[in-house]
Ligand binder design. Structure first.
Ligand code: HEC
Length: 408
């Protein structure tokens, strides 16, 4: 359990010698692209697939330029802070950068064909015990200049017995319009029937959910499955109901004509050794001044029991430029949970910890976000910049570390 403590606002060169002597696409480059790039660059992904050798060849010079500048792959939690289960899928090693550069410099040779051994298991759970989705396809409604539409669906899980979620993943149907998905567990649903319509058919809702809704899981663009260590799971009482919350964003002409029917897939266990809870931690009453290129806001919590942190999913919107989550233990030592010194809205990955972080009563958890609200930020959407406050729209800002905690 956590208690609110304080709230405050405070204000390459590449070494080519590491590359193999004669690099080819099939032998050296495609395995790197498969590992680090293909989760976005694939036939159904948000950018072009490099599986086609001709496309990869035509992009070789850009690949070199983007990987050397650090533009690609997009920013991800750094391993200087701590190791995560799939860090090598998000960060490119210096050796891999040198291999791509040497390949581009050599004219992007294809070499002898080698069978593709791409492993997609870290992008996609191999099976689901339970798959849920919105009851019907939905087209977002953007009215009166409102570019955000939050739509919630009440879903009956129909689980006859107590279950525990051990792994989960959003199944996003239309990535062009979906800006986030949150799965909540409501504590009572009578209020959802208040307007006389059936909440299973979908209803308009706040992006922050309701006071009596517990977060089970959350997804943003680029996110990967949450996989809990063996013996840990989030409890689902018999005949649980969940609320699937969709955030649709109007970013192109015709977005309101698109349809979406997203959902969640889960792996379940009938018993676990420890239960897990997802805490949405972070400040919610900040205003980022116009033209400030490094404004920070943080929130601290005092822990009141013995637990273990097993994963963190950082979440900000478009102006984010840095994220930090730390624990200060009762003996004064500080451990880094997650650190990012840059941010990309389209690459919000769940950091599944390799080693859990133990917590005891008295430890302090701190979540800090930093934003660049200057005209120089390439993601700036206000011309000229204006003050931006906490809010649920994509052009408001957020700062959450969705912190998954296993109880002892
Ligand atoms: C989290 C998703 C993501 C990952 C991972 C990713 N990219 Fe990209 N990449 C994009 C998006 C989105 C674009 C198009 C928009 C842009 O240029 O920013 C892009 C554009 C590119 C382009 C320009 C071609 C184009 O389609 O416009 C190259 C080249 C590229 N990426 C290389 C890479 C390489 C090499 C890796 C792996 C080392 C990588 N990317 C990893 C999302 C990703």
């Amino acid at each position: 359990m956590l208690l609110l403590l304080t709230l405050a606002a405070c204000g390459k060169h590449v070494d080519d010698s590491a590359a193999p002597a004669s690099v080819t696409y099939y032998k050296d480059v495609r395995p790197i692209l498969d590992n680090t790039c293909a989760r976005c660059h694939n036939d159904n992904g948000i950018s072009k697939s490099f599986d086609d050798p001709a496309v990869a060849q035509s992009e070789a010079a850009t690949m070199k330029a983007y990987t050397q500048s650090g533009y690609m792959p997009p920013p991800a939690p750094t391993t200087s802070c701590r190791e995560y289960a799939n860090s090598d899928r998000y960060l490119l090693s210096d050796t891999d950068k040198a291999t791509i550069a040497a390949w581009a410099d050599a004219g992007a040779p294809l070499g002898d064909v080698v069978a593709d051994t791409r492993d997609t298991t870290l992008e996609q759970l191999s099976y689901y015990d339970l798959e849920i989705k919105a009851s019907q396809p939905y087209s977002p409604v953007f009215t009166n200049g409102n570019v955000n539409d939050y739509r919630c669906f009440l879903i009956d899980l129909n689980n006859a017995t107590q279950e525990y979620i051990t792994a989960m993943q959003a199944e996003v149907d239309n990535t062009k319009i979906v800006h986030h998905v949150v799965l909540f567990q409501p504590d009572g649903t009578d209020d959802l029937y208040a307007d006389g319509t059936d909440p299973h058919d979908g209803f308009s809702c706040s992006g922050l959910g309701q006071q009596n809704w517990q977060t089970l899981g959350a997804w943003g663009p680029g996110d990967n499955p949450t996989v809990m260590p063996a013996g840990i799971g989030i409890p689902l009482a018999p005949n649980s109901q969940v609320v699937l919350q969709m955030h649709y964003f109007d970013s192109f002409d015709g977005a309101n004509l698109e349809t979406d029917q997203s959902g969640y897939g889960m792996q379940l266990a009938s018993s676990v050794d420890h239960t897990a809870t997802n805490y949405a931690t972070g400040p919610t009453n900040f205003t980022i001044p116009a033209n400030d290129n490094a404004y920070s806001s943080h929130k601290s919590y005092k822990w009141t029991s013995s637990d273990e942190i097993i994963a963190v999913w950082p979440h900000m919107h478009l102006l984010g430029s840095g994220f930090d989550e730390t624990v200060t233990h009762t003996d004064g030592t500080e451990d880094c949970l997650l650190h990012m010194d840059s941010w990309d809205f389209h690459n919000q990955v769940t950091a599944n910890f390799l080693a859990p972080e133990p917590l005891v009563a008295g430890d302090k958890l701190k979540v800090t976000c930093t934003w660049d609200n200057s005209a120089d930020n390439p993601n700036q959407y206000n011309d000229p910049p204006i003050d931006v406050s906490f809010g649920e729209g994509t052009t408001d800002e957020m700062c959450f570390g969705f912190t998954l905690v296993a109880t002892q």
